[in-house]
Design a protein. Sequence first.
Lengths: 215, 281
Amino acid sequence: MKGILLKELYLLKKHCGIPLFCLLLFLVMAGGTMGEQSFMVFFPFMYASIIPVTPLSYDEMHKWDEYARIFPYTPAKLVLSKYLVGGVLQIAVTLILLIISAVKMAMAGEVQVLKLVAMAGLGLLIGAAFGGFNLPFMFRFGVSKGRIAYYATLALSVGGCLVASAFFDVSFSPEIVRMLSVGMPVLWLIPLFLAPLLYVGSYYLSVALYKKRYR
Amino acid sequence: MNALELKKVTKKYKDFTLDALDLTLPKGCIMGLVGENGAGKSTTIKLILDLIALDEGEISVMGLDSRRDSTKIKELCGIVPDEIGFPQGMNALQVGKVMKHTYQNWDDGAYKEYLARFGLPEKKTFKEYSKGMKMKLGIAVALSHDAKLLILDEATSGLDPVVRDEVVGLFGEFTRDEERSVLISSHIVSDLEKICDYIAFIHDGKLLLCEEKDALLAKYGCWQGSRAQMEALPERAVCHFKETPYGVEAILLRDALSEDVAIAPLNMEELFLFKIKEAKK
């Protein structure tokens, strides 16, 4: 496993400078607009979850995807390396946004822990859903065909968010926060548990599809 | 224990079937798998490595089952396919670091020696390597983790004759240790003729022949003469012949000839062509 991860790091360093810079840009935008527009807060999670597609496309372009199969890597490990890249990036995004949010809240005079937990949970859930939906397509059909699913989910989720924010108040208003924290505080924790479950489920699906692709 | 055993190995595609292939490669030997393009050589190698699903039959590599123990088998094998696919931005040193964490028995010293021996620059990226250099890097990796079985699929085809000769010699060196074996597929019969102990001919998914090279050399011989001279030979001695502007070239069965007939050592390529023509009849 260490060997594949090292190869992923070399690939990220060599070819993923622009995607990682874009992620940083989205993080800055999310940090700046936090509390004003919910969609921008969650976009870095979505973006981080599909960054593994870039090394995957280079693997296919360089024919590493075929060549790697002669080495003692199991299909599960080959798939896991990409999920780990996505997972680590999503956790990094969560931590950075939590720190920015906490600092902003502290400067405003009150750190709302529940709101921070909700943001982290929902962000991770959106990222896990977005990456978790797209990656199995990429592993089954390859990146060029798999991109169709990616653009479809991107259009649906961005469009959905824009439509939702036009008609509903999707920000965490103090009333909603108070209502949920008094009535059902456990609800805030659900996305935090759901996100890893979804991501792990997607991983197993990708392994099964990856095995099918080459047999 | 044999290095490799294939029993009734079958793989069916819509337009091609690898048909009940039986092969045995004893330890310490080199087997050449010869066949035209599309004959089934790569399919056979992919089945051995469990890269494609086996329809029928059994394959064991160093006593391990190809399907159940495929990861262990890949640890024991040095594999060189016809195309080497390391990420283009990586250099030979980075490849070595990745492989160090890939193979349990990785030998960094041996790898660096092969890089020097093949004249491969350590810091040039894979993208900057020529086709021959890429192949040599693949061979260096395959030879640097104490593999017991080397499997080469058309690995020498893209190399120039000088490098090919050097690489082919290396495979001979590799089997000085009697625990080590080589399976090499190629359509360049002359390469295989130099180093192989066993020769297997595949045509259209079927095994035409699998014998010790020395037995083949003892059984057949090459002959040149006129048409009239050939017709004077016992009919059953002539396996195959072709007419050229200079006369007739034939493959003869040594057993069917009297001792006074001058016969040259067998040309494996001619035998291969003869077997294919025979199969097509």
